[in-house]
Design a protein around this ligand. Structure first.
Ligand code: GDP
Length: 472
């Protein structure tokens, strides 16, 4: 009220009229939205400080992607516990080490790429498949929750000696909800005695899996993660599906990607495995992931070697973060100053959201307190009424006229007494405060009000006449 330079009751009346009933109480903390609305009611234009609200957003997808460069598919391996996901990934990962690379030991970084042998007529055209190397469901859910569909193909692993289990069904349910994600079924552990491939396939078919061999379009590959049997066929099948999906992405312009894993590493500080989805990530690039800013210092492959650049559909470990980004965070590039402003804005947003939650909690407590008080008052009032009613079985005009005269502004007790006597308040040359007026209205108590005594007398006379019996 002070800021708007109006009286408090004027402000409150405006607020109630604008539909802010709870908000119009004395002790309610207003949100910026409500405050702006009221300010506008008083003809003041609130200024939103949107310069500070600068943020970085991913570019819109290309209208025509058919001319963009191809990218490797991103594959997630899922399935029931103990059906062989880890073993399968380990075997595939060891195939990811390029021949001749020093050491040949691959580290777990959350993603790795496996080369796919090129077609016979062009054996040199090497392509890749990128496997997400994090516990399938967790990674997939984290990405989905943040709105990122990074997985192109799901490999559902089903142990040939065990068959359909609860998590197998979960994956099938999940695939149903993701029509753009391709599915390959890998019947695993075929080396094991007791493996019954056709039994498992029939059971899956009964669950609605339309296998190619039964006239559908879902491939089934028979593998052993342990012996490596069938893995070339698995890689080939994935690669065929990816070809049909025609996966392409910009290699120029802004970088967009997702944090697969992150940790603090001795000597390097905060590091994060980033899966690039568009653009080319190179050392020196300024990045933002959530509220963590960074400038790419080193890019490292799973075999620990430095990488010059990371293209869409592949991942590398990025060092140079000022803070630790979270798994699932979207990574975007920008200029140093853009990143700085975006971080400030995101931190401020979080702060505002947190304090808004606090405000809501405070307002709730206050409202409950008020309602409790009102209920108590209402009870008191009802009891007073009962007592008064007992005393005044017979009421004359005098009663109406005489009860409780006082001086000063009309008070709550004047209204209450008028109510108890089923009368009205006669206010001569005094003010009726707004809250009292509102209270009287809710109690059904009327006022006769004037600062000219004759007018008041006329009004009283009229009322008294109204009370007289009609002459027949
Ligand atoms: P996950 O829980 O799905 O990651 O399953 P694991 O990869 O940890 O495998 C569970 C158990 O099955 C381990 O003891 C593996 O050695 C074994 N296993 C996994 N794949 C195969 C396979 O192809 N053949 C055989 N015989 N055993 C396997």
């Amino acid at each position: 009220a002070k800021l708007l330079n109006v009286r408090l009751d004027t402000l409150q009346r405006k607020m109630v009229r604008a539909g802010m009933n709870d908000e119009a109480s004395y002790d309610h903390i207003l949100t910026a939205e409500w405050a702006s609305l009221i300010a506008m009611e008083f003809g003041i234009n609130p200024v939103v400080d949107d310069e500070a609200a600068f943020d970085i957003y991913p570019p819109a997808p290309a209208a025509d992607s058919s001319t963009l460069p191809a990218r490797p598919p991103v594959v997630t391996i899922m399935g029931h516990v103990d059906h062989g996901k880890t073993t399968l990934l380990d075997t595939l990962r060891s195939a990811s080490v390029a021949k001749g690379e020093a050491g040949g030991i691959t580290q777990h970084i959350g993603a790795f790429s496996v080369p796919v042998p090129g077609p016979d007529d062009d054996p040199k055209s090497e392509r890749f498949i990128t496997f997400l190397d994090t516990p399938g469901h967790a990674a997939f859910s984290a990405m989905r929750a943040r709105g990122a569909g990074v997985t192109d193909i799901i490999v559902l692993v089903v142990a040939a000696d065990d068959g359909i289990m609860p998590q197998t069904r979960e994956v099938l349910e999940l695939v149903k909800k993701e029509p753009d994600v391709g599915l390959v079924v890998a019947i695993n552990k075929i080396d094991k005695a007791g493996a019954d491939i056709s039994k498992v396939e029939k059971a899956l078919f009964a669950e609605g899996v339309q296998f190619e061999s039964f006239g559908g379009d879902i491939p089934s590959v028979h593998v052993s993660g342990l012996t490596g049997q069938g893995l070339p066929q698995l890689v080939e099948t994935i690669s065929l599906i990816a070809e049909l999906q025609d996966l392409r992405a910009e290699r120029t312009g802004m970088v967009q990607g997702y944090v697969i894993e992150s940790k603090i590493q001795k000597g390097l500080g905060a590091v994060a495995t980033v899966l690039v989805s568009r653009g080319e990530l190179t050392p020196g690039t300024h990045l933002i992931a959530g509220t963590a800013p960074g400038k790419v210092r080193l890019l490292t492959s799973p075999s620990g070697g430095p990488v010059k650049s990371v293209s869409p559909g592949t991942a590398a470990v990025v060092s140079g973060w000022k803070e630790l980004p979270k798994a699932g965070d979207e990574v975007l590039s920008g200029s140093e100053s853009e990143i700085k402003r975006a971080v400030a804005n995101r931190l401020r947003k979080i702060e505002i959201e947190t304090s808004l939650q606090d405000v809501e909690a405070i307002n709730l407590v206050r409202r409950e307190e008020r309602e409790r008080k009102e209920a108590e008052e209402e009870k008191d009032r009802e009891e007073t009424e009962k007592t008064v009613e007992k005393k005044d079985e017979k009421k004359g005009v005098e009663d109406y006229y005489q009860r409780g005269p006082g001086v000063g502004d009309v008070s709550e007790s004047d209204v209450m007494r008028a109510k108890a006597a089923e009368g009205m308040v006669v206010a001569f040359s005094v003010k009726i405060p707004r809250p009292i007026e509102a209270m009287a209205a809710s109690q059904g108590v009327q006022f006769l009000k004037s600062s000219v005594i004759y007018h008041l007398m006329d009004q009283v006379k009229e009322r008294v006449i109204g009370l007289l019996p009609i002459k027949v």
